[in-house]
Ligand binder design. Structure first.
Ligand code: HH2
Length: 286
């Protein structure tokens, strides 16, 4: 089966909200963390933060985001662990407000307890950078109607960038993603709820990231949608020499190139700029 299909074409079923994938869609990043490498502290400054987050979320929706991805734990290399209680404290008030908006809401978490609470709050998608490696997470997601993004990571955020190694990065990442997809199917998940992500920067050197980017289409598992997240990452910094606050142009270029190589979803911080760039790509696509 080629992912979800209906009369209107390919789609992702996000707890009843159908996200058409006939063109590349944009997922906006909302990190409610003091320490994310890309936008850390932006929304974690105390009493005014909820209003700030909602304003940013509305701006992303107006800018053309199809999904908002809310995270309460930084996964940058070496980031300190966050407790379940702390993570819930950061994300739940935001999720409760966002689900009332006309958008698809995703929770970026590795914790089954956080995923369960987010689903109870009405969240439509689970974005698990550990790729459903925790059986409790698999159970929570499978028992819901939510979509899931299964991401590949070698190691854990604490250690992943120390010395990542692969014999053949594209073959290995694809193989591991396929195994996780099989596990999700065995737990009862249908293909129209699944998408996969090679996990740029998660246990990968620049050479690994580039090989995965160039080989994106060969990573596809049974026609499932592919999500690409490279926005503001070190990969963009390495290629451009720009510090994190000046990686917008490189990130937008990467999103367009990912879309051209088959990405169905791009996870970005600069939503409106990326949406505009993808419109140009659509117009000139053969
Ligand atoms: N990257 C980050 C976090 N979540 N999820 C998916 N599916 N794919 C990604 O590539 C991905 C992700 C890391 O980026 P960011 O959220 O900007 O930083 P931090 O983890 O420091 O909050």
């Amino acid at each position: 089966m080629l992912g979800g299909r209906e009369a209107g074409g390919r789609y992702l079923d996000c707890a009843g909200r159908r996200l058409s994938l006939e063109r590349t869609r944009v997922m906006g990043v909302l990190n409610i963390t003091p320490d994310s490498f890309s936008d850390g502290g932006r929304f974690a400054r105390g009493a005014t933060s909820l209003a700030d987050v909602l304003t940013a979320a509305e701006g992303m929706i107006a800018g053309g985001a199809a999904i908002l991805d809310v995270g309460g734990e930084s996964t940058r290399p070496g980031a300190p662990a966050v407790s379940v209680a702390e993570e819930l404290d950061r994300v739940l008030p935001v999720l409760e407000r966002l689900v009332a908006l006309d958008t698809i809401v995703s929770i970026d978490t590795r914790k089954a307890e956080v995923a369960a609470a987010a689903l109870a709050a009405g969240c439509h998608m689970i974005n698990d950078v550990s790729g459903l490696s925790n059986p409790a997470m698999l159970d929570v997601v499978a028992a819901s109607q939510a979509a899931v993004c299964i991401m590949h990571m070698q190691g854990s955020p604490e250690t992943m960038q120390r010395d990542p190694r692969y014999a053949d990065v594209v073959t290995e990442v694809r193989g591991e993603l396929a195994a996780r997809v099989s596990r999700a199917r065995a737990a009862g998940m249908t293909d129209n709820r699944l998408c996969i992500d090679p996990g740029f920067g998660f246990g990968k050197t620049l050479a690994h990231n580039l090989a995965l980017f160039i080989g994106l289409e060969s990573l596809r598992v049974d026609g499932l949608p592919i999500l690409v997240g490279v926005s503001r990452k070190r990969m963009i910094g390495d290629l451009t020499g720009a510090p994190v606050e000046r990686r917008q142009a490189g990130s937008v270029a990467a999103a367009v190139l990912a879309a051209e190589r088959g990405a169905d979803l791009v996870r970005v911080h600069d939503v409106a700029e990326t949406v505009d760039a993808l419109k140009v790509l659509e117009a000139v696509r053969a």
